[in-house]
Design a binder for this molecule. Structure first.
Ligand code: GRG
Length: 305
């Protein structure tokens, strides 16, 4: 398989920065919200908000923001809002009515630590938290109301029936059925790709990038978002639960259609690498600096967790 020679250095730097800044901001919000809400629901919300992820969506947003010329540290609030939508989706994805998983990010899932009604409530409560983080972040960046409005539409449309919710819905309906590749692409672009694409677009919007740059970032995000889910399919089939921090082999157990089921492990890997290269080419064609984002695309398809 031909693999592009990615330098992972710039990706590692961005991922470390994203992890540190997001963990710190969400940790503060978790403590504050726990006091505001109180009781078991407050405790459970803080648990969900503080479980540490790789922060790939935040790293992509920071990378896109800087590639579009942004330089304010205030961008971390916007990145945290995307990570919060993602956190809600993980809490709900793990529920018995969806994937029914016991382990997430190396820890017991929210409904196992608390209970199903509390975890269900927590997932819903995280959505307005994400909206608040977006608004506070945009204010810190000094963005005008119409820009914030556009960013809210971008984030919540990507998280809704046109994107993440719609993709997850199709995915659940397709359990036990073998999808054609075109149907699987629709599922993957929705359930996983839409939020990743939005993270890249939001970075550009926060930097008030011109339409040509925004279009390149969005095209990059769309390809890298699909590549991310294909890599996830490969890891589910080849990784261990310890490496992944979540149960491995669940796709086969749940009879899910995946790239691995359709193309085999090597075929799926090759497609993920093709998409990562195509994503980076969109930036180059749009005249957008591609060092850090190109490295992140490489990380996304070479990662082991
Ligand atoms: C009501 C139908 C309906 C849906 C609600 C639950 C839900 C919305 C959507 C599920 C979306 C989802 C969980 C997609 C999978 C995305 C994915 C590959 C997650 C893993 O991402 P990583 O590896 O995780 O970035 P970390 O833990 O590192 O953040």
């Amino acid at each position: 398989m031909a693999e592009a020679a990615f330098s992972l250095g710039a990706a590692t730097d961005l991922l470390i920065e994203a992890r540190e800044s997001i963990d710190s901001l969400l940790g503060d919000w978790a403590e504050h919200l726990q006091q505001e809400i109180g009781g078991r629901a407050g405790e459970a919300l803080a648990y969900a908000l503080k479980t540490p992820g790789k922060r790939v969506r935040a790293a992509l947003l920071l990378g896109a923001y800087r590639a579009a010329g942004g330089s304010s540290p205030g961008i971390v609030g916007v990145a945290a809002s995307v990570e919060t939508v993602h956190a809600y989706s993980l809490v709900h994805d793990d529920l018995p009515c969806m994937d029914d998983d016991d382990l997430r990010r190396g820890r017991p899932t929210a409904h196992r630590v608390f209970d199903v009604p509390t975890a269900t409530k927590v997932g819903f409560m995280l959505v307005p938290v994400a909206a608040r983080l977006l608004a506070v972040g945009a204010r810190e960046l000094g963005l005008a109301a119409p820009t914030l409005g556009g960013m809210a539409i971008e984030l919540f449309q990507a998280g809704g029936i046109e994107g993440m919710v719609g993709g997850q819905w199709l995915d659940l309906e397709a359990e036990g059925r073998s999808l054609a590749l075109s149907e699987l692409i629709t599922v993957h672009r929705g359930k996983t790709g839409a939020l990743i694409r939005a993270a890249c677009t939001l970075g550009g919007m926060a930097a008030e990038a011109p339409p040509r740059v925004l279009a390149a970032l969005t095209a990059y995000g769309a390809d890298v978002g699909l590549a991310f889910q294909i890599a996830d399919d490969v890891l589910d089939a080849t990784g261990t639960s310890e490496e992944l921090g979540k149960p491995a082999g669940r796709d086969a157990e749940l009879s899910k259609s995946t790239y691995v089921a359709l193309l085999g492990v090597e075929g799926a890997r090759a497609e993920a690498h093709r998409l990562a290269a195509a994503a980076t080419a969109h930036l180059e064609q749009g005249g957008v600096p591609s060092d850090a984002l190109g490295a992140l695309a490489g990380y996304i398809v070479n990662r082991t967790s």
